[in-house]
Design a protein around this ligand. Structure first.
Ligand SMILES: Cc1ncc(COP(=O)(O)O)c(C=O)c1O
Length: 430
């Protein structure tokens, strides 16, 4: 894999590494390292490719948890996406960005009263309900406010998706209502609750889906659940979750979505209620839209060998990019300062004083890799900065940068550790 295989915006030559024509060295000269750099053009291309391959009945709602940077969310909503949120904070972010509540859906397994009140007051398109108890709570809170809350039933499905990195259905889960619980009794009770409008269902069954068959199988399974529920109420919305994958490793291929429009349209012929009801289908991708846009840029501090193993030690680590430690899988990684045909395998260790801090057990880098070289850890635009644990071991919190419109903007400044330390309180009388 080369940087340009990940995005055509990434170009490496002997004169350095460029993102959408801008010199990376110049960017990091301003921000320092480590830093997360996102490329707007890559996000735009991913969105347009997906949009063009989906029928008009399908709405794209960006799963904001993948990268909640306000500038990234704005970029996507400007192009026409809705937003899937998972906390009160993300609801407030939508308010800050003036996102139409009609374009917001809210899922989350343990929503507090405060979360629910905010969502009800904003009158968002849907609160995705994870249990009967939650439904009763929403009904109660909505009644107090004199509002009818629109909800979808989040279902914990019985099926699994072929070829996914992580399956969310098919067993006991903290998410959603077990599919088999949705019987006559349950539905009568649910539909009898005041100030509730049940308009559809939501299923998030897997993440990291890299094959088209798995993606389509998920859709069809959701439509089939929709057909069952349509006996009880008019299913106006089916949220099929996100889960579209991106390749991280050599040998993994891009999810091919060419031709899916016709296959989805064919499904509408079988699941005729979709056309009859004018049902909207919601797809809520996160990783697919933003993952490949981001590079976690770090600098080499040391190289060393230990008992026959070569190490490159960088100024970043898993406190900023947790995924390699979390799922034991590395990201495409390149030396962005120098290229060489002569490469060797290195352990890529971070700056944290803990043995779990490896960005890669083995990564091929030029033999001449040395101090001050920039090491780019690619595909870090989703579940990167946001999934990190930036305070672990008291390092500076890195900046985030967006490259866009032939320029770049710091969209979240670096937080020096001094600022974090100064926020703490040591009681006087200790
Ligand atoms: C409810 C829900 N929707 C969408 C997503 C986005 O998933 P992905 O980034 O795999 O597309 C997630 C991820 O956890 C999720 O929990």
């Amino acid at each position: 894999m080369n940087p340009s295989d990940i995005s055509s915006s990434f170009q490496q030559s002997d004169s350095g590494f460029k993102i959408s024509g801008l010199d990376l060295e110049e960017i990091v000269h301003t921000t320092g390292t480590p830093v997360f750099v996102y490329d707007a053009e890559t996000i735009r291309n991913k969105y347009h490719h997906l949009r063009e391959n989906l029928p008009t009945e399908v709405d794209i709602f960006y799963a904001m948890k993948a990268n909640p940077a306000l500038a990234v969310v704005k970029l996507l909503t400007n192009m026409g996406t809705g937003v899937e949120v998972a906390s009160r904070g993300e609801l407030l972010a939508c308010q800050m960005l003036d996102i139409n509540p009609e374009n917001i859906v809210f899922a989350g397994p343990s929503k507090t009263d405060e979360d629910l009140r905010t969502a009800i007051d904003m009158q968002i398109r849907s609160i995705n309900v994870e249990s009967f108890e939650e439904l009763k709570r929403i009904s109660h809170l909505a009644q107090i406010r004199g509002i009818t809350a629109r909800v979808e039933l989040r279902i914990n499905p019985e099926f699994e998706v072929k070829g996914a990195t992580v399956n969310m259905g098919g067993g006991p889960k903290k998410f959603g209502i077990d599919a088999e619980k949705l019987d006559d009794r349950f539905m009568a009770d649910a539909l009898g609750l005041p100030n509730i409008n049940i308009q559809g269902l939501h299923v998030f069954s897997a993440t990291g889906i890299l094959n088209q068959e798995g993606f389509l199988q998920n859709l069809e399974s959701c439509f089939s659940l929709g057909a069952k529920l349509n006996k009880y109420f008019l299913v106006k919305s089916i949220d099929v979750g996100g889960g579209l994958g991106i390749p991280y490793k050599d040998g993994e291929r891009e999810l091919s979505i060419a031709g899916i429009r016709d296959k989805i349209l064919q499904m509408f012929e079988t699941y005729w209620f979709i056309r009859d009801n004018g049902t909207r289908i919601i797809l809520e991708p996160g990783r697919y839209l933003v993952g490949q846009s981001g590079i976690y840029v770090t600098r080499v501090e040391y190289t060393k060998d230990s008992r026959g193993v070569d190490y490159v030690l960088i100024d970043g680590g898993i406190h900023h990019l947790l995924r390699p430690a979390l799922i034991g899988s590395s990201h495409p990684t390149f030396n962005l300062t120098r290229r060489s045909a002569e490469e060797t395998s290195y352990g890529l260790g971070g700056c944290l004083c803990t043995s779990t801090d490896f960005l890669a057990e083995q990564v091929k880098l030029p033999l001449s890799t040395s101090r001050n070289d920039l090491i780019g850890i690619f595909c870090s635009g989703a579940y990167g900065f946001t999934e990190g644990m930036p305070l672990f071991l008291s390092h500076d919190i890195p900046a985030e940068v967006l490259v866009h419109n032939n320029t770049y903007s710091i969209i979240r400044p670096k937080v020096p550790i001094e600022e974090v330390l100064n926020q703490q309180i040591v009681p006087d009388n200790l």
